[in-house]
Design a protein around this ligand. Sequence first.
Ligand SMILES: Cc1cc2nc3c(=O)[nH]c(=O)nc-3n(C[C@H](O)[C@H](O)[C@H](O)COP(=O)(O)OP(=O)(O)OC[C@H]3O[C@@H](n4cnc5c(N)ncnc54)[C@H](O)[C@@H]3O)c2cc1C
Ligand code: FES
Length: 271
Amino acid sequence: MENPYIPKRASLVSSKPLTRTEKLLKLRLEDGFPLGGMPGQFVTVCLPGTGEAAISICSFGGMEFEICVRKMGRVTSSLHDMAPGEALGIRGPYGRGFDVDELKGKDVLLIGGGIGLAPLRSLVQYCIANRRDFGRLILLHGARSPSELLFTEDLEVWKGRGDMEVLVTVDRAEDGWEGRVGVITTLIPDLDLDPGRTAAAVCGPPVMYKFVIAELHRKGIPDGMILLSLERVMRCGVGKCGHCTIGDLYCCQDGPVFPYSRIKGIWEALR
Ligand SMILES: Cc1cc2nc3c(=O)[nH]c(=O)nc-3n(C[C@H](O)[C@H](O)[C@H](O)COP(=O)(O)OP(=O)(O)OC[C@H]3O[C@@H](n4cnc5c(N)ncnc54)[C@H](O)[C@@H]3O)c2cc1C
Ligand code: FES
């Protein structure tokens, strides 16, 4: 049996700044195999001598995959400093991502606050690649300011497709911003949703969830159709160390994506 703690060797193909604090890294495993995995899953990025960090997979495709890294501390800063060709370790993909079979036939509302758009980007790409399997695709993205909006090139492409609705907002405007101003939840009341066929995929800062869930409830979306991607401090990623527990669930294995109906009781008790 493969030892889950031994990382696979990978190399950095390219590194591109997205904002002042986020970079998009394209990686390739050196064993010649694709990473595999599903939207919403994560990998553990290992830098010998520095540490490990859980990072969502934000794009799959062929032999390469992408991660979006926010500079936070030791590992993420070192990842920002890496140059193409340098080596790193990858464990995973881990966790339960979005159940794309469950989403088939439904209108999919994606709500990504800040870097929460990263795991949702792989779900958008999946839905676009299998466009006929899904109903409406509606993406909401919010950032603190226009310069902090993520994946702006993708947002423009997705807006231009004609078969996807993309709404963007910022908490505070900057010079030249002509778009919407207000927190991400302000985008929800104006949406015309069919609660009987809409599933919401949500990822963002912890403070966002309570307000998003309240707005989705106002729209009549049932708890089982509200899919939350949660973040906990993770170490092993494989259900052994216990760092990531939410009640009796392991975020690394039972999640990070949970239907709200599954975690409602535990989560409300923890808040
Ligand atoms: C399932 C999952 C998916 C994630 N996806 C991404 C992603 O796509 N892109 C990305 O940039 N980050 C993501 N993260 C967060 C990322 O794992 C942490 O930011 C990273 O581990 C920080 O490591 P570091 O060594 O750079 O910082 P450290 O030096 O370890 O810490 C810097 C600061 O960040 C805090 N911190 C560390 N880990 C976490 C955490 N998990 N949650 C909140 N605060 C933390 C520390 O307490 C400290 O204050 C994800 C986390 C999880 C659990
Ligand atoms: S990260 Fe170790 S049990 Fe989940």
